[in-house]
Design a binder for this molecule. Structure first.
Ligand code: GDP
Length: 196
């Protein structure tokens, strides 16, 4: 599949440094430690996101090329206590500028730890997706940390909360990187958004 061929493209500290805004891209967002790097690596069969954690590349946006017309984008993880407030404000400003202006953005994958869903950051992203009409797909990560029944119940609960709070346009699934659970379902969403 196309995702196997993902390769690091460029790191942008500001919106102006993003690649040309044509074709299609899908962005990955999540609070720090939600499992975004593990999910990106599992979905692409590459160590993409380790790249994103390399010092000097912990910038605003990391772009990965799939083909001439398609990209994945790793948005910065929020919630690192160590990040100074001016840097957080810098990120927020440029994240908003990116989300608000990027025409090639076809959808956002939002990662949530199944044991800590719907953080303030997640709610902010869901509010934005609802207001802008951006399709959003949620991966409830680390599903292997719960027993099968508990994970299913958590999925139903979060799905219900999201339908009540944000209505349609948001889909959600279970995901586990070590168990390789949920890969086909996530690939299906990516393929649809990327026009494959
Ligand atoms: P990020 O900060 O969102 O990029 O999170 P990482 O992918 O670096 O994961 C944070 C921690 O959670 C690491 O210790 C991972 O090994 C662990 N982790 C990530 N995904 C899973 C998962 O699906 N299952 C389990 N059990 N641990 C996970």
């Amino acid at each position: 599949g196309l995702c196997q061929q993902a390769a690091f493209m460029l790191s942008a500290a500001r919106v102006e440094q993003c690649p040309a805004d044509d074709g299609r891209e899908v962005a990955f967002a999540g609070r720090s430690n939600a499992g975004k790097s593990s999910a990106l690596n599992t979905l692409t069969h590459a160590s993409l996101a380790r790249t994103s954690k390399t010092p000097g590349r912990t910038q605003l946006l990391n772009f990965f090329r799939l083909d001439d017309e398609r990209r994945l984008v790793d948005l910065p993880g929020y919630g690192y206590a160590k990040v100074p407030i001016p840097l957080k404000q810098h990120w927020q400003h440029h994240l908003e500028a990116y989300l608000g202006s990027r025409r090639s953005l076809a959808g956002v994958v939002l990662l949530m730890d199944i044991r800590h869903p719907l953080t303030d950051f997640d709610r902010m992203m869901l509010d934005w997706a609802g207001a802008s009409g951006m399709p959003m797909h949620i991966l409830l990560t680390k599903a292997d940390k719960l027993a099968f029944g508990a994970a299913k119940n958590a999925l139903l609960k979060v799905r219900q909360d999201i339908q009540q709070g944000w209505g349609e346009g948001v889909s959600i699934q279970l995901f586990s990187a070590p168990k390789r659970q949920g890969i086909e379902e996530a690939h299906g969403v990516l393929a649809h958004w990327l026009g494959l």
